[in-house]
Design a binder for this molecule. Structure first.
Ligand code: SF4
Ligand code: SF4
Length: 100
């Protein structure tokens, strides 16, 4: 069961409150307005789901990046209308040209 004794160990993401099957975790604001979980231990069934979903307790696993690529549309007009490099447009154009 989640038990916050050090506020640096909680980012207030609410994952624990959302995951609790007994809805016994409520997010309550501290004196500065930051939300932290409070558990009604009388309803807790000890399933530990709250700890399993907590990103602070259970650090996310990382996988090595094997390769990465960057690309941009060759047409500057198209590119300037895009929020990124307009690669969606470029790929969509080719796929539609080939029948979808
Ligand atoms: S241990 Fe299970 S029931 Fe208890 S607070 Fe955590 S998620 Fe809720
Ligand atoms: S899941 Fe962990 S970090 Fe997120 S609010 Fe609950 S205790 Fe804090």
């Amino acid at each position: 069961m989640i038990n916050i004794t050090d506020k640096t160990q909680c980012c207030g993401c609410q994952a624990c409150a959302n995951a609790c099957p007994k809805a016994c975790i409520s997010m309550q604001a501290d004196e500065e307005g930051f939300l932290y979980p409070h558990i009604d231990s009388s309803k807790c069934i000890g399933c530990n789901l709250c700890e399993k979903v907590c990103p602070i307790i259970r650090k996310p696993t990382t996988t090595p990046v094997l390769a990465s690529y960057a690309a941009k549309h060759k047409n500057t007009d198209v590119k300037l209308k895009s929020s990124s490099g307009s690669m969606f447009s470029a790929i969509a154009e080719v796929i539609l040209k080939e029948g979808g």
